[in-house]
Design a binder for this molecule. Structure first.
Ligand code: LLP
Length: 437
């Protein structure tokens, strides 16, 4: 089974990065996000080193929406990754972490004036332009600040990747990017090319998330290359960058069979190299934007079991001290997870349970069906592959605190995000009755 990849000690207790999950829970409390930093580094290296092996100029930009925190971005920088941000908040976090501005790319389908101003002021590496309004705004800001900016045009290649509708982004009917089939992308290209302060570096697309096949990426590369070839003939334009986005799938449960990360890179390089020969077009730099594939499997959430309710003949609900506030993915996308009892990994007999969160919502279920050893109050439940879009989508519904985050590496553990306090939760509230002045 999937969780067999994880180590246990002689008593059958779960270890994360060589440290007992129970010790982490005792020291930092639960719910707790724990990241195995070695795993994140290995994932980053699988992408970066494969490009290096081929000696192909590339940038691997970590999509920080998957998990953005100062410590995480420090590790991403150490591993030679660039960074994809989609908001002032993500850009602020990146700059606070000391991430070099020239390696930051900004995305967004509705970037505000403030976001664009902040990007230009801080001289970030690239803006991925998404719509006509943004071209106008950006140009005006560049005029005002007397600067230039490199951009990629985000296009929708009309590809339907096989994934959940909400995380599907490359199809024509999408809020993101310029449509390729109607000539919108070409019109945007002309506008950007004519804008004196905007340097048109190339094209970007992102076909979706949690994708297990290479064919969608290859198809996207073909669509983008064909447009570039047209524009080369028509406008004598040559792109220096081809960004094929993120979306590389990971394993949440046994059903998921992702490729090894380097296989995605092999296939992209092969496709782009073939296209370059076919069109007699110089190979552009290949950029990719993995988020989930870097952090997803490296994260585990630890919970303490509280109440246990049997509905005779139907199911037994095991409630834990977190839920949709720290992992909204099951409620939002019917996402599936696997879990173990971190203190009972050696027990053989298993029963079926449903794992519930503690929010006032019937839909607040982490796992509808899972087999576990006999569950008792205060057991420690570990849910795997929660490193992506867990903390970053955490919320304060029911005024639950956002959990702490701990990094584990080389037998050491370190708190990298403190647990939110109740004072912090009310820090933005102002009294209505006791107004000052
Ligand atoms: N690049 C762009 C332009 C994106 O929109 C995304 C994700 C990525 C890269 C990174 O995709 P990844 O490699 O992480 O799959 N909250 C959802 C996922 C939303 C993804 C949005 N865009 C989830 O929990 O599955």
């Amino acid at each position: 089974m999937f969780f067999m990849n994880y180590e246990t000690d002689q008593q059958g207790a779960l270890l994360i990065g060589g440290i007992a999950a129970k010790d982490l829970a005792d020291q930092y409390g639960t719910p707790l996000y724990v990241y195995d930093v070695d795993k994140m580094r290995a994932n980053a290296r699988a992408f970066v080193n494969t490009f290096k092996d081929y000696d192909i100029p590339a940038q691997v930009a970590y999509a920080s929406k998957a998990f953005s925190s100062i410590a995480m971005l420090e590790v991403a920088h150490q591993e030679g990754l660039s960074l994809d941000v989609v908001s002032e908040g993500e850009l602020h976090t990146a700059l606070e972490s000391g991430f070099p501005a020239e390696k930051i790319h900004m995305h967004g389908n509705n970037k505000s004036i403030q976001e664009l101003e902040m990007a230009v002021e801080n001289n970030i590496g690239c803006i991925v332009v998404d719509n006509f309004y943004e071209i106008e705004l950006l140009h005006a800001i560049l005029q005002e600040q007397q600067k230039e900016m490199d951009v990629l045009l985000r296009v929708t290649p009309g590809i339907e990747a096989h994934t959940h509708d909400y995380i599907l982004t490359g199809q024509e009917d999408s809020k993101f990017g310029f449509d390729m089939s109607s000539g919108q992308a070409e019109e945007a290209f002309q506008k950007v090319r004519d804008a004196s302060r905007i340097n048109m570096k190339g094209l970007h697309c992102h076909i979706g998330s949690q994708i297990f096949e290479t064919s969608g990426f290859e198809m996207a590369a073909r669509k983008l290359f064909s447009a570039l070839n047209d524009w080369s003939e028509k406008y004598d334009y040559q792109a220096s960058v081809l960004n094929l986005g993120g979306g590389f799938g990971i394993q949440y449960t046994e059903e998921d069979q992702p490729l090894d990360l380097d296989q995605y890179v092999h296939s992209l390089i092969k496709e782009v190299t073939n296209l370059s020969t076919y069109y007699n077009y110089p190979i552009p730099e290949i950029w990719i934007e993995p988020g989930r594939a870097i952090v997803g499997e490296a994260g585990i959430t630890l919970y303490t079991v509280g109440s246990i309710k049997e509905v005779p003949g139907i199911r037994t609900y095991v409630s834990v001290d977190g839920g949709m506030t720290d992992n909204i993915r099951p409620a939002l996308y019917q996402a599936k997870y696997e879990a173990v009892l971190a203190n009972k990994m050696k027990e053989r007999s298993h029963q079926e349970y449903a794992i519930a969160g503690k929010c006032c919502e019937s839909g607040d279920m982490l796992i509808w069906e899972t087999e576990l050893p006999k569950v008792e109050h205060k057991d420690l439940l570990a849910v795997f592959s929660t490193g992506a879009y867990g903390y970053s989508m955490a919320n304060n519904y029911n005024r639950f605190q956002k959990p702490a985050v701990v990094f584990v590496e080389n037998g050491n553990h370190q708190l990298v995000v403190r647990r939110e306090s109740y004072q912090e939760m009310t820090r933005l509230d102002l009294s209505y009755l006791h107004r000052e002045g």
